[in-house]
Design a binder for this molecule. Structure first.
Ligand SMILES: [Zn+2]
Length: 151
């Protein structure tokens, strides 16, 4: 085998390995798959959500354009085990859920036009910390029009 042939074979092997890895990754990772369980459908673009986040984020002094990467869904219900990692919210009914890794927000049907809940869920995606830190969610009273946390 000439050095040139060996180089070509190594390059071809590396390309094949990356292609295989990309295929496996894409087949395995489907963030929406979970949502089909509750018959979720994606919501069309709604400028009201953009406005709600812009106002809340401006009030908190954080990135007002952050919501551009989010997708919104509405479903029959939100399984309570999808709630926050705290025991308290696992035992209560929840009306929305945020998959921060997939940037997906699921609303229980009837709650998708609730501005306080919407900004609450976007904030979960934004901060990437479990629970409801008072610095963002306020303590008990509503702050910046955002639904306060319950833990
Ligand atoms: Zn919450």
């Amino acid at each position: 085998m000439t050095p040139r042939t060996r180089t070509i074979l190594i390059v071809a092997g590396v390309v094949l390995a990356f292609t295989a890895a990309a295929i496996v990754y894409n087949v395995r990772y489907d963030p929406v798959a979970n949502l089909t369980r509750v018959h979720a459908t994606e919501l069309p673009f709604d400028s009201a959500r953009v406005r709600w986040w812009h106002q809340a984020a401006q009030c908190l002094g954080i990135d007002t354009t952050y919501d551009a990467k989010l997708r919104y869904f509405v479903g029959d219900m939100v399984p309570k085990e999808w709630g926050d990692l705290t025991q308290e919210s696992k035992s209560t009914i929840i009306h929305a859920y945020t998959d921060a890794a997939g940037h997906l927000i699921l609303f229980e049907r009837g709650f998708e036009h609730d501005s306080a809940l919407t900004t609450h869920e976007i904030l979960h995606d934004f901060i990437k910390i479990p629970g409801h830190p008072a610095r963002y969610f306020g303590a008990n009273a509503t702050r910046c029009g955002i639904l306060p946390g319950t833990d």
